[in-house]
Design a protein around this ligand. Structure first.
Ligand code: NAP
Length: 357
C-alpha cells in the first residue's frame, strides 16, 4: 500500500464504537485530523443512534468539536458491521464490548479500551513502548488486507502509567515486587460518572475491579512471548486504588523491589534514557520522551503535568529510598489520553508501521 503518511488520500478508514462516551470523545478529537486514519463511522447505543453526533454527545472536551464529525450520523454497532472499516477503535463498556468486539475482529482489526478481552491468550495487551513484540500474537494480514484482523487491548488506565514507569527499571536493573497506591481522576469513571455529592470534599478508597486489573495485567504486559503465547513476568504486585476529585490524570505512589542492588542515579538514568520502537519509528502520537523524570523535589501533579507529551508522556518525580522495598517514587499519566484513546491510536499506528505499508 502507499504510505498513509505521505499519501493522505490513502488514509485508512476507521470507526469508533462508544463514540459518545468519555473515551469515545477523545478518539473523535484525536482522529478528526489524523495523518494516517480517516474517521468514517461513529457508533453508540440505541439511545444515540440516528442522531447527528452533535446532538447525541454531551461534549466535555476543552477543544471544539470538529464540524465534519459533528454532522455525522451516529449508528448502532450492528449497522456499521459491514466490513468497510479496516480498523475499529472501541470505547464500549465491558459488558457490551465482549461480543461486539469479537464480531468485528472476524472482519478487521479492533483496538479496544474495554477490559473484556485483555487477558485472553490470543490478545496482545499492548503498551507500544513496553511490549511491541506481543503483536506477534496476531496472525499476518489476510491476502489483500493492509492490517491483520483480531483484537489488541489497551490495558487499564492506571496499569499503563505503572508499566511505563517500571519498564526502564525492568530492562536495566530488574524488579520483582511492586506496591502501588493510585489516586484516580473522575473521568476514569466514564459519563455521567460519580456524582458531585459523592466526590467533592472526599476520597473514595475503592474502585470496583481496579486493584485486580493492576495486579494481573502488569505481569502479562511485562511478560515474554514464548512459543506463540505470553509467559507472564514473575512479579508480585499489590495495588490500592482511590477515586479523587481530579478531572483528568491518575497519580501513582509506587514502591519497587529491585532484583539487583542499584544506586538511585541508575534509576533516574533509566527513565531519562528510555526510548522505544514508537520513538524510533517516529509514530505520529509517540511522545519524544515517554518517561520524563521531573526531579527529586518535584512531584508530578495532575493539573500541572498531565499534558506532557500531548498527554502521552508519564511524568515521574520524588525518587527516594524505601525502607520496606528498595526505591519509591510518584508517577502520573493522563487516563483518557495515554491511558485510553491516545494509547489505542498509538497502538494502531504501530501496527500500520509494522504491517500496513
Ligand atoms: P462511558 O463514558 O460510559 O461511554 C460508554 C460508551 O458506550 C458511550 O458511547 C455509550 O453510548 C456506549 N454504549 C453503551 N451501551 C451501548 C450499547 N448497548 N451498544 C453500543 N454502545 C453502547 O465510558 P468511558 O469512560 O468512555 O469508557 C469506555 C471504555 O473504556 C470502558 O470499557 C472503560 O472501562 C474503558 N476505559 C476508560 C478509561 C477512562 O479513563 N474513562 C480509561 C481506560 C479504559 P450512549 O452515549 O449512546 O449511551
Amino acid at each position: 500500500m502507499s504510505d498513509p503518511k505521505t499519501h493522505p488520500g490513502s488514509r485508512i478508514p476507521v470507526a469508533v464504537l462508544g463514540a459518545t462516551g468519555t473515551v469515545g470523545q477523545r478518539f473523535v478529537r484525536l482522529l478528526a485530523d489524523h495523518p494516517w486514519f480517516r474517521l468514517e463511522a461513529l457508533a453508540a447505543s440505541e439511545r444515540s443512534a440516528g442522531k447527528c453526533y452533535r446532538d447525541a454527545v454531551t461534549w466535555v472536551q476543552t477543544q471544539p468539536l470538529d464540524e465534519r464529525v459533528a454532522q455525522m450520523t451516529v449508528r448502532t454497532c450492528e449497522q456499521i458491521l459491514d466490513g468497510r472499516h479496516e480498523l475499529v477503535f472501541s470505547a464500549l463498556g465491558g459488558d457490551v464490548a465482549s461480543e461486539v468486539e469479537r464480531e468485528f475482529a472476524r472482519r478487521c482489526l479492533v483496538v479496544t479500551n474495554a477490559s473484556a478481552h485483555r487477558m485472553a491468550a490470543d490478545v496482545p495487551l499492548l503498551v507500544p513502548e513496553v511490549n511491541p513484540d506481543h503483536l506477534d500474537l496476531l496472525a499476518a494480514p489476510a491476502a489483500g488486507a493492509r492490517l491483520p484482523a483480531g483484537i489488541i487491548a489497551n490495558p487499564n488506565c492506571s496499569t499503563i502509567g505503572l508499566v511505563l514507569a517500571l519498564k526502564p527499571l525492568a530492562d536495566t536493573i530488574g524488579i520483582d515486587r511492586v506496591s502501588v497506591v493510585t489516586m484516580q481522576a473522575v473521568s476514569g469513571a466514564g459519563l455521567p460518572g460519580v456524582s458531585s455529592y459523592q466526590i467533592l470534599d472526599n476520597v473514595i478508597p475503592w474502585i470496583p475491579g481496579e486493584e485486580e486489573k493492576l495486579e494481573v495485567e502488569t505481569g502479562k504486559i511485562l511478560g515474554r512471548v514464548e512459543g506463540g503465547r505470553i509467559e507472564s513476568a514473575a512479579l508480585a504486585v499489590s495495588a490500592q486504588c482511590n477515586r479523587v476529585p481530579v478531572v483528568d490524570g491518575h497519580t501513582l505512589c509506587v514502591s519497587v523491589g529491585l532484583r539487583a542492588p542499584a544506586q538511585l542515579d541508575e534509576v533516574r538514568e533509566a527513565w531519562r534514557a528510555f526510548r522505544a520502537e514508537p520513538q524510533a519509528l517516529g509514530l505520529p502520537s509517540a511522545p519524544p520522551q515517554p518517561t520524563v523524570y521531573l526531579g527529586d523535589d518535584e512531584p508530578p501533579q495532575a493539573r500541572l503535568h498531565r499534558e506532557f507529551g500531548k498527554g502521552m508522556a508519564v511524568t515521574i518525580g520524588r525518587l527516594r529510598e524505601c525502607p520496606v522495598l528498595d526505591a519509591r517514587f510518584v508517577a502520573l499519566s493522563h487516563n483518557t489520553l495515554r491511558g485510553a484513546a491516545g494509547g489505542a491510536v498509538l497502538a494502531a499506528e504501530l501496527v500500520v508501521a509494522r504491517y500496513g505499508r
